[in-house]
Design a protein around this ligand. Sequence first.
Ligand SMILES: [Zn+2]
Length: 475
Amino acid sequence: MGYEAVIGLEIHVQLSCTTKMFCDCPNRPGDDPNTNICPICLWLPGAVPRFSLETLEKATLACLALNCDIQPRSAFDQKVYYYPDLPKGFQLSQHHMPLARGGWIDIMDEDGKPKNLRLHHVHMEEDVAKLVHETEGRTPISLVDFNRAGTPLIEIVTEPDMRSPHDAMAFLKVLRTQLRYTGCAECSMDQGTMRCDANISLRPLGSDQLNTKVEVKNMNSIQHVGNAIAYEIKRQAESLKNNEPIMLHTRLWDPEKGITTAMRAKFEGPCVPDPAVTQILVTDEWLRKMASKLPEMPHRKVSRFVRQYGLAHDEAAQMSSERELSEYFEAVVKFGASPRTVANWIATQLLPAVKEHGHEFATSPVTARRFSGLITMLEKDEINSNSARSVLNKLFETAKSPEEIVDQFGFRQVSDTGALRGIVDQVISENMSAVENYKNGNKKSIGFLVGQAMKLSQGKANPKRLQEILRESLA
Ligand SMILES: [Zn+2]
């Protein structure tokens, strides 16, 4: 019998707020352990949580970007459980009355067709403390770092609309792009600012029942999510074939071995309304104000880039993949360089160069003005693409303008017919056998001769003019 997979995801996303969710401590979990703490986020008895407006604003923006319905009234519950990373015995989370319901994301399925994936709801939640297990060089001990305690999270719970590892991975990529666009979250799985659990079950093809699911945790890259789901589908299909029932339980992904293993069940207590944190009431007016803060989202930007700048769809999608990148692209174009050349050079030259020189895009010294200067010289035939690549590399090493670099290093392209003819004459006299070959019908030898001439010009000749003159001379 054929089976199909039914997959839903639960994604925790850390909001990039300046403070924690219920106190004024900095939201910087990576600082030295236990430096960003106070009685409220140490959860000392009697300390009263004060809900931060910034958390509500960022969470709301994130939900709007995911097409959710913000609820007029939402509230916090105490999710009761005990663990060393949660010594107060409960986590503040929105169980009964989440901030937002519904919502959706569009992805492309395996066949390149658009597919709509629905969200069930999005709720806010405080993070717990972090346990650090020291096992080397002494008696194993466990330490608790409270920097992360009380940092603001949203949890995005999807409907079980995904059918394959591809769907889940595509969902996470689009989700990450959308949320990063809002500026509300970093969404880095390897930094832990986005964490994903997957619920997977199987059912006979053509059925619409929902069978017992298995939850998989501990995946810290989008690829791991795909691998874990693929493994789990195979494992469950095997069990069903052997008539072994699927039990509801949680499993951990082991990326080293490429398998999931059963995890000990955690005691989960009830969820009871929290008496201290006030309910959240959202007015239409406030919601309109928040909606106006939403940036142009990637799918709209892609269409606009195609329309306004004449980019191909792929180019537009690439230039819109990050908000910062899209803004950079537009800034360069505003300086006057032509959009398609700019898009092409950003994708094939600038981005690899930024990486190679050990920069992040945000810290790259190649500002839009400098990059546009470079592209403009290229377009005006003042330098050829070889020289442009050399100038680009120099932009990382000096603060000079591309024009100054071109003059300093003599990169200016030689288009002058007289100078080029001199070079061509020399190449012809030094490479008689290639010239003979060309004249005997081996048209490929022209490539060799152009190469020799470029070398002689120290890479500065205008290759198009050079080839024209060479052909004339050999005719
Ligand atoms: Zn605090």
